[in-house]
Design a protein around this ligand. Sequence first.
Ligand SMILES: Cc1cc2nc3c(=O)[nH]c(=O)nc-3n(C[C@H](O)[C@H](O)[C@H](O)COP(=O)(O)O)c2cc1C
Length: 237
Amino acid sequence: MASKKVTVKILGIVGTPIKNGNCQYQLETALKQAEETCHATTEIVHLRDYKLTFCIGCDKCMRRIHKIQAQVGYDVFPVPIEGYNCSINDGMDVLHQKMVEADAIILMAPVYIASIPGQVKTFIDRCRTFVHDFRLQDKVAAAMTVGFFRNAGQDTALDLMRTSLSALGLNVVSFGSAAVSTRDGLGVPIRETRFGVQEDLAGSVMMNIAVKRLVRMAVLIKAGKSAMDSDQITMIH
Ligand SMILES: Cc1cc2nc3c(=O)[nH]c(=O)nc-3n(C[C@H](O)[C@H](O)[C@H](O)COP(=O)(O)O)c2cc1C
């Protein structure tokens, strides 16, 4: 029997004000590794390239979801939303569309004061529609971070991102990865390179494990859904 190949689309989102920095380098490396599995195509977006304003808490996204649910039923998932579901017209419509079209998402952010940078939190808040419309329910996600020091907020940053991705309805399938951009994570920049993160072996190993898991789980979901369709397997939500 001829073997079928399943390819998944991975969207890498990097949230640092720095272009060509360590986070971008690390995410590009992760996406390259994903492509090397021959089961993934990838795209990277830099939050810095988009005009993102704070969520204003207007609840318009939620009210629209409730309105649609009242028409189609409360047990229809994902909620059939056409187009962009946010009252703010800035760069977010493009990002929402890319997220909906992806099979897997990697969120990469630097450690900022033992947490994530404000722009990444703003991006997450502006994704509120997904919490209620379940459009990301069959997608997988991973969180990644880079910091100066080995133990100065990487766990907190990762934890925040994993929890947020899961609140958005994504399936977080690995612990994620944390790397350092200074020699041995001691906070001393490496003079010879702009990308100190490439010298972090522990960080690279952790990232490689997270990437492989992400691709595997995305392929399993996509292949599983296709098998369900062809075998006419239905399920209760
Ligand atoms: C405002 C600010 C706060 C930071 N806070 C931390 C921190 O709490 N812990 C840490 O390990 N690194 C911290 N860093 C260092 C960055 O995480 C580190 O430089 C990282 O490599 C940045 O990646 P980038 O160049 O891709 O933006 C901070 C950097 C900035 C600018």
